[in-house]
Design a protein around this ligand. Structure first.
Ligand code: PEP
Length: 254
C-alpha cells in the first residue's frame, strides 16, 4: 500500500489537478493499493475524479461522534459510503493538536463502525528513541487502540503506519534497518494480542523516490505513508512503482 497524506496543502482546484496527475502517474501499475488523503474540503470533488481509477480516497482525520455540537469536526457517517478510509493518530495530530492515545482509539473504533478502513499512525519522538523507549511508545499507542476494541478487526480493515516523529517532514529518513526493526516489533506485538492479527504495516517519514525501494526491500515493510512527496505526482508514482516492483519480487504483499 502507498498512501499520500497531502496535509494542509493545495486549494480545491490545485487538489483536483493533483488528483488527476496522481491517477495518470499510477495508471498501469498493478498490485499496489494506492490512496490519497486530501484536505476535507477536497474530498467530495476528488471522489468523482478517482471513480473507476482504482486510487482510493482517505480523510486525514475524523471525530468519533456521529453528530452533534462539535464545531469544526467531521464524523464517520459524513464520510461513509463514498470515502474509503481514515487516518488517525498522525503525529501532527498528537503533537501539534495534543491528541491523546485514547482519543485516537475512539476515532479508530468509530471509523471501523461505519465501514471505513482505518490507518493508525504510531511512532516515537527523537528523545524517546534516544531514551531507548521506541518499542514501549509504539506498544502504548497501539494498546490504547486495542483497549477501545471489543473484538479484533479483520486484517483488511486496518493498517498501521510506523512513523518516527523525527523522520516526518525532516528529510531524515529512518534507515531501512531501523524501520524494519520497529515494523517487525509492531507485527509481533499485534500477533501477541490477536493471534491471527496481521494488518499491513507501512513506514512513513521522508519517503522519497530515491529511498522507497530500499525500504520496501525489507521483509516486514508493507508499503509507505508519504507526506511531502505525495504533492508531486510523478515522484509519488515512482514510489508506487517501487512498491509494485517489491511485490513482484520475493514479497507477496506490499
Ligand atoms: C506524513 O505526513 O505522514 C509523512 C510521513 O510526511 P513526510 O513524508 O513529509 O515525512
Amino acid at each position: 500500500m502507498v498512501a499520500g497524506n497531502w496535509k494542509m496543502n493545495t486549494t480545491v482546484e490545485e487538489g483536483l489537478a493533483l488528483a488527476r496527475a496522481v491517477c495518470a502517474a499510477v495508471s498501469g501499475i498493478d498490485g499496489v493499493d494506492v490512496a490519497v488523503l486530501p484536505p476535507f474540503t477536497h474530498l467530495w470533488p476528488i471522489h468523482s475524479v478517482l471513480e473507476g481509477t482504482g486510487v482510493r480516497l482517505g480523510a486525514q482525520d475524523v471525530y468519533w461522534k456521529d453528530s452533534g455540537a462539535f464545531t469544526g469536526e467531521i464524523s464517520p457517517p459524513m464520510l461513509a459510503g463514498w470515502c474509503d478510509l481514515t487516518l488517525v493518530g498522525h503525529s501532527e495530530r498528537r503533537h501539534i493538536f495534543g491528541e491523546h492515545d485514547d482519543e485516537v482509539g475512539r476515532k479508530f473504533v468509530a471509523s471501523l463502525a461505519h465501514g471505513l478502513q482505518v490507518i493508525v499512525a504510531v511512532g516515537e519522538t527523537s528523545d524517546e528513541r534516544d531514551a531507548g523507549s521506541t518499542f514501549a511508545v509504539v506498544d502504548r499507542q497501539l494498546d490504547a487502540v486495542f483497549a477501545e476494541l471489543e473484538s479484533p478487526p479483520s486484517n483488511d480493515d486496518w493498517v498501521i503506519a510506523y512513523e518516527p516523529v523525527w523522520a516526518i517532514g525532516t528529510g531524515r529518513t529512518a534507515t531501512p534497518e531501523q524501520a524494519q526493526e520497529v515494523v517487525a516489533h509492531i507485527k509481533q506485538h499485534v500477533r501477541a494480542r490477536y493471534l491471527d492479527g496481521s494488518p499491513r504495516v507501512l513506514y512513513g517519514g521522508s519517503v522519497t523516490a530515491a529511498n522507497a525501494a530500499s525500504l520496501f526491500a525489507e521483509p516486514d515493510i508493507d508499503g509507505a505513508l508519504v507526506g511531502g512527496v505525495s504533492l508531486r505526482a510523478e515522484e509519488f508514482g515512482v514510489i508506487v512503482a517501487a512498491a509494485a516492483e517489491a511485490r513482484s519480487g520475493t514479497r507477496d504483499r506490499v
